[in-house]
Design a binder for this molecule. Structure first.
Ligand code: GLY
Length: 406
């Protein structure tokens, strides 16, 4: 399989502009663009019988022009991103029609708050949708959904290991008795939020334990991350670090590292423990040091076909958003370095090389979903759009002198 994929990369030649980002980023122009694309997507989702609010835009392949939607089920980990995009777009445009659609799509995820946990993705699913919805509307019903879902996520916590079990479904087939993936760092935000908004204070302890054990076990000495940590359920010890979506067990999968950068920035925000601030910088620096000139990473930093490997705009957007926050916790010099890097990333992502423009209704092109499975290669993917608009709003707030978070 690997040979076929490498062959494809050579034939397709994922040649991107590799120049240093140039020009000034006009944040309002980029947000206006997102608003226009959001309207295009809403129009595309209209059918004769209206919009099916359970069908969430997921991806547009390189050779396609329209969204492929997926049903909002417990297995569809991306179902919260489209409602999240709508909340962010509403935050920018204040358009009442967008608010209504954000509410409608968000409602389709309510079932997650009253079924057993399928896997760790509950934070992605419910905090991007209901979390943003509550932040903007203070609707008490939204708060209850988040609190209930946080309790559900906590059922996956294993106190012997000290982390959340990410994928119960992989325990038997892969013989991964307790597995924790780097992506799981993002789901801690919902636990922290619940603990300080009327939920069980134990949720805070779970999040901190997860962050500590992951910091200890899921990084190599150079601060690059393993996608998956496999733990022994009797001793709680790490058995091995492996990959699921990266090029190889030993490589730096771009989005995995992006989740680590974003995740430890959030853990510092919520705990104010300087060890996480230091760690967030370490996992960031190894990422920044190895970026190509345009600051958008290849999908895996160690893919031997670089420079003919595809980029991953989604990792670029996640990191840009995280670094804008991280920059605010650091003294001027260091903070400015991260903020400048984020602006360079957003400048590239906002160029014709990465924006979909007229060609399709997504915001961005050039993300990679799952290379080893040969799926979503060089595609538009909804989570790239979500973190892109989040990062733009964060930058806008900083430029206007507000706090980075809404
Ligand atoms: N959470 C899965 C991914 O990043 O692709």
């Amino acid at each position: 399989m690997k040979k076929i994929v490498v062959g494809l990369a050579v034939v397709l030649g994922f040649c991107m502009c590799t120049h240093k980002p140039s020009g000034t980023l006009d944040v309002n122009k980029a947000l206006d663009y997102c608003a226009k694309q959001t309207q295009r997507t809403l129009t595309e989702l209209e059918t004769d019988s209206g919009i099916d609010y359970t069908m969430m835009p997921r991806n547009i392949m390189a050779d396609e022009q329209h969204w492929n939607c997926r049903k909002a089920t417990k297995e569809e980990w991306c179902a919260g991103f489209w409602p999240g995009v709508l909340w962010y777009d509403y935050e920018y445009t204040k358009d009442k029609q967008v608010l209504e659609e954000a509410e409608n799509f968000t409602h389709s995820l309510k079932f997650l708050s009253h079924i057993p946990a399928y896997d760790h993705d509950l934070g992605f699913l419910v905090f991007c949708s209901y979390g943003n919805g509550y932040r903007l509307t203070k609707n008490p019903a939204y708060k209850q959904v988040i609190l209930d879902t946080a309790d559900t996520l906590a059922t996956l916590f294993n106190p012997i290991v000290g982390t959340i079990l990410s994928w119960p479904r992989e325990v038997e087939p892969r013989n991964w008795p307790h597995n924790t993936i780097m992506d799981n760092m993002i789901n801690l935000e919902m636990l922290f939020w619940a603990a300080k908004n009327g939920g069980n204070p134990y949720l805070y302890d779970i999040a901190v334990s997860h962050a500590d054990k992951t910091m200890k076990s899921q990084f190599r000495p150079d601060y690059t991350s393993y996608h998956v940590a496999v733990y022994d359920t009797i001793t709680g010890n790490l058995i091995k670090g492996v990959t699921h979506q990266g090029y190889a067990d030993s490589t730096m999968w771009a989005r995995g590292q992006a989740w680590a950068i974003y995740g430890y920035t959030v853990v510092y925000r919520e705990t104010k423990d300087p060890k996480y601030l230091d760690f967030a910088q370490k996992v960031t620096d190894v990422y920044l040091d190895r970026l190509p000139e345009d600051k958008v990473p290849y999908w895996d930093f160690d893919d031997p076909s670089i420079p003919n490997a595809p980029r991953d705009a989604s990792a670029g957007a996640v990191v840009a958003s995280a670094l804008l926050e991280l920059s605010t916790y650091l003294p001027n010099g260091t903070g400015k370095r991260y903020k400048d890097a984020a602006i360079e990333m957003l400048t590239s992502l906002s160029s014709d090389s990465y924006q979909s423009g007229e060609s399709k209704p997504s915001f961005l092109l050039h993300s990679v979903g799952h290379w080893p499975n040969h799926s979503e290669i060089d595609a538009s993917i909804i989570y790239a759009d979500y973190y892109y608009i989040e990062a733009l709003l964060r930058l806008k707030r900083l430029q206007e002198g507000y706090g980075v978070l809404g």
